[in-house]
Design a protein around this ligand. Structure first.
Ligand code: ADP
Length: 839
């Protein structure tokens, strides 16, 4: 991977961080956000050399993290660096800084003198802008110092040569020697010292007097005499050896040595530099490099694995082999708060610890340490004074001689413990434990990531199975509307594999040409407004048939930012529904038309009927009125004729006359009744208050003779006053009561009850006036018929009548917006119930 290939998106900086953490050398990745130049990532070497931690460096501006050393009057490192950054931004090419002194802060306000050879290299965005700068600094302090030392060495030699010329020159040499920073010696051939500078005396711990009596081997036990000869032969010797101080402490030195002759006497001229710190740094670097190498191997291993268990196993194996341990693995919190489970552990031949363990089995102290995130190292379990005999016993049973347990916490809760076991006692160094911690954490991060990825894969798989098994079309696009997914139903319907990947191409190929623009417009609008949309459209099936679909889409938003990240859509086949809708609409329309036609016909018929009814009523009125006079005349002249001829008439003739008289009387009655009916049909305009009691009283007076004749008992209850037409209501009672008197039984005396009450029918208040008799009654099936005109249930010989009376009654009731019912039992009596609105 080249730097250029990484686009500078948010994700890339995460990548960079990982990359930089794995890189050797001294580099930082700097954002091109002049003038701040934020540090995004740093190599471990850079952190080590700069004395920074990730926390104090990453995210800080470069010049904030490395302030200028104002104690150095010549400092200009910060300015040079700033200039170099600007150069890279402007010229878009790497820039090499001149040798650089850039002192490092020690944290206590003081600085350490440091020399750097630095370069700045641009990293470009795909469109050619500088996104980052890689700043690489090579620490050349040692090199510079060594060069300086060599200068001093040469200067000293020059001064020494001059020293023989004058005492002043000698003083000059001594002054220089005593001010040199490293031990300087002038040795005679016999191994005694002609001169030791101040630094040498200090370092070795001798006084000037003592120094006169010591020899080279006291200081340099492995000094070989031939070195003197070689140096005298003009060889410049440069080597590392060990020096011994007066107190016996041995330390490493780097020696620069050459021969010199003064006043014909050969001397050895040497500078011995204490390189203890340098060695330590080297060792540290070596260890850090080893550590980095191991972590890189771990990274390579983890990257290649996707299965969480495999990650655990392989990482445990790698680390156990690296440390020569017998077993390594993870005990994982099961989530029930009581147990941990070892699901994977690597063992080097010993028994596996796979299984579930109770937290209670750990000692209280151990568990407490885990919960606080403290790593517990036991170098020698059998001889560990912190462990009880029982604990030692338990460890021995498991074959544990030495253990490291590293707890891993998340949000302060214990989630897992990384363990590494040795069968025998084992001494861990601090670095080893720190490396183990790093391994444990990195591996766990990889496990968590792999699990999340696995869960995602599974959930994606589940979604795919679900999406492919439903009988609707499902589509998903990215936020710009580019198709990401189309389910099986869709492709089955289209009869094609998933070739089309843009809505346009789908519209062109699979949506009805008339609907395509409408759909694209709706989707386009949805993309702009972020609102859901719904369109009905015809989709073309594999056999060219178009079916109606309801296409509905909703935006899927990022739960945190609220930004739309995808569009989810479903298409439901509504073809059958559409057909049914159409059929329904059609049948509704026809039905409506038919009803209208019928209504019109009915209205017409009604009108017709009304007209003919009116004609009939007018005719009846006219007819009955005009018939009345001739009938009266027939009656009058027949009567006269009968009287005039009375003496000449035989019996048969008299009977004939009587029959003529009866017939004309009946005819007269019929005409009266018809006249009455036609009067009732012509409603008067104004209603008045009618006292029904009075009304009935008058009827009874009129019927007095009949009542007496029948010896009938008439009982009239309290009757109300109603709004209505007085004469008509009187007519009503006249007919009902006279019928009750007429249709009586011979064997019982007639009893007639007139009662009144108030009732509610169909939500309206009515006066119910009932006329009840105990007469002959009739079959209930005639209850409706008897109200029709001319209907008579009984023969005219038994009971006289015209069959018009009840028609009048019905008409009167209707004129008052009421209604009438009758109940009757043959041989027992009838009850006529009149309902008049009570307002
Ligand atoms: P009519 O002039 O025949 O009485 P109505 O219209 O008054 O004519 O009555 C019609 C028929 O109803 C009668 O012929 C009779 O058969 C029957 N009817 C009427 N009132 C009664 C009643 N109170 N009891 C029995 N039958 C009755």
């Amino acid at each position: 991977m080249t730097y250029e290939s990484i686009s500078p998106s948010v994700g890339a900086s995460v990548l960079y961080t990982a990359l930089f953490e794995a890189l050797p050398g001294n580099s930082i990745l700097v954002q091109a956000d002049a003038p701040r130049f934020t540090v995004l990532a740093a190599t471990p070497g850079y952190l080590h050399n700069s004395g920074h931690t990730k926390k104090t460096l990453i995210g800080k501006g470069v010049f904030e993290a490395f302030p200028a050393n104002n104690a150095d009057p010549n400092h200009k490192g910060d300015k040079d660096l700033f200039f170099s950054f600007q150069y890279v931004l402007q010229h878009k090419e790497p820039h090499f800084l001149p040798l650089q002194r850039y002192d490092l802060p020690n944290g206590d306000g003081s600085f350490t003198e440091k020399y750097w050879r630095a370069s700045n290299t641009p990293v470009f965005t795909p469109d050619g802008n500088v996104a980052y700068i890689i700043h690489t600094a090579e620490d050349i302090t040692e090199q510079i110092k060594a060069e300086k030392r060599e200068e001093v060495h040469v200067e000293l030699q020059k001064a020494f040569h001059k020293a023989e010329e004058s005492e002043a020159a000698m003083q000059q040499f001594k002054f220089m020697a005593d001010n040199a920073q490293d031990p300087f010696i002038l040795m005679r051939e016999d191994g005694t010292f002609a001169y030791l500078n101040q630094k040498a005396l200090e370092t070795w711990g001798y006084t000037e007097e003592e120094a006169k009596h010591i020899r080279v081997p006291d200081v340099d036990p492995i000094y070989q005499e031939e070195a003197f000869a070689r140096a005298q032969n003009g060889e410049i010797l440069k080597f590392e050896t060990l020096h011994k101080r007066k107190d016996g402490v041995v330390y490493p030195v780097e020696v620069n040595m050459n021969g010199i002759t003064l006043n014909d006497i050969p001397y050895l001229f040497a500078v011995a530099r204490d390189i203890t710190e340098h060695k330590k740094a080297e060792e540290l670097l070596r260890k850090s490099e080893q550590r980095q190498t191991f972590l890189l191997r771990l990274n390579d291993l983890l990257r290649a694995l996707a299965d969480p268990k495999a990650i655990q196993y392989e990482a445990a194996g790698l680390v156990a082999k690296h440390f020569g341990a017998g077993r390594a693995g993870y005990a994982e919190d099961t989530g029930d708060g009581k147990t941990v489970a070892v699901t994977v552990d690597y063992t080097n031949g010993g028994p596996s610890l796979k299984g579930v363990y109770n937290y209670d089995d750990y000692s209280v102290e151990l568990l407490q340490a885990f919960r606080e995130g403290r790593t517990i190292v036991r170098n020698d379990i059998m001889n560990d004074p912190a462990l009880s005999p029982a604990e030692k016993e338990a460890n021995a049973t498991l074959g544990l001689g030495a253990t490291v347990n590293i707890p891993l916490l998340k949000n302060d809760a214990l989630i897992a413990v990384f363990f590494m076991h040795y069968r025998e006692a084992h001494q861990w160094t601090e670095e080893e434990v720190s490396l183990l911690q790093e391994v444990a954490e990195r591996t766990w991060e990889a496990v968590v990531r792999a699990r999340a990825e696995q869960a995602l894969r599974e959930s994606e798989e589940r979604f795919r199975v679900m999406a492919d098994s439903v009988p609707i079309s499902i589509w998903i696009t990215d936020k710009e509307g580019r198709i990401e997914f189309l389910n099986k139903h869709w492709w089955d319907y289209c009869g094609e594999p998933a070739f089309e990947t843009t809505p346009d191409s789908i519209a062109a190929k699979h949506i009805h040409p008339e609907d395509g623009p409408k759909v694209m417009q709706a989707f386009g609008k949805a993309l702009l407004t972020g609102e859901h949309f719904e369109v009905e459209q015809r989709n073309r099936s594999w056999n060219g048939e178009y079916r109606w679909f309801l296409n509905r889409a909703n935006p899927h938003k990022d739960p945190i930012t609220g930004e739309i990240i995808k569009w989810f859509g479903v298409g439901v086949d509504i073809y059958d529904r559409k057909l049914a809708e159409q059929a329904l609409r059609l049948s509704e329309e026809t039905l409506e038309k038919k009803v209208q036609e019928r209504t019109l016909e009915l209205e017409r018929a009604n009108e017709e009927l009304k007209r003919s009814n009116q004609n009939l009523e007018e005719f009846a009125h006219a007819a009955s009125h005009d018939l009345k006079e001739p009938i009266r005349k027939i009656h009058f002249f027949t009567n006269q004729l009968k009287v005039q001829l009375s003496t000449h008439l035989n019996e048969a003739e008299i009977r004939s006359f009587n029959r003529i008289e009866n017939a004309t009387e009946r005819m007269g009655n019929l005409i009266d009744d018809l006249l009455l009916y036609s009067h009732v049909s012509q409603r008067p305009h104004e209603k008045e208050n009618v006292d029904l009691a009075q009304n009935v009283q008058r009827v009874l007076e009129d019927l007095e003779l009949d009542i007496e004749e029948k010896m009938a008992v008439i009982r009239v209850a309290k009757l109300p006053t109603v709004k209505g037409y007085r004469r008509q209501l009187q007519q009503l009672f006249q007919n009902l009561i006279s019928n009750a008197l007429k249709y009586t039984r011979a064997d019982v005396s007639a009893i007639i009850d007139v009662t009144a009450s108030e009732v509610t029918e169909n939500g309206r208040r009515y006066y119910l006036i009932a006329v009840k008799d105990n007469g002959i009654g009739f079959e209930p099936e005639y209850a409706d018929k008897i109200f029709q005109m001319f209907t008579r249930l009984h023969g005219k010989n038994e009971y006289s009548g015209t069959g018009v009376g009840l028609s009048i009654v019905k008409k009167v009731v209707e004129n008052h917006n009421g209604f009438i019912r009758v109940e009757s039992i043959p041989g027992e009596g009838s009850t006529f119930s009149v309902y008049l609105p009570a307002e």
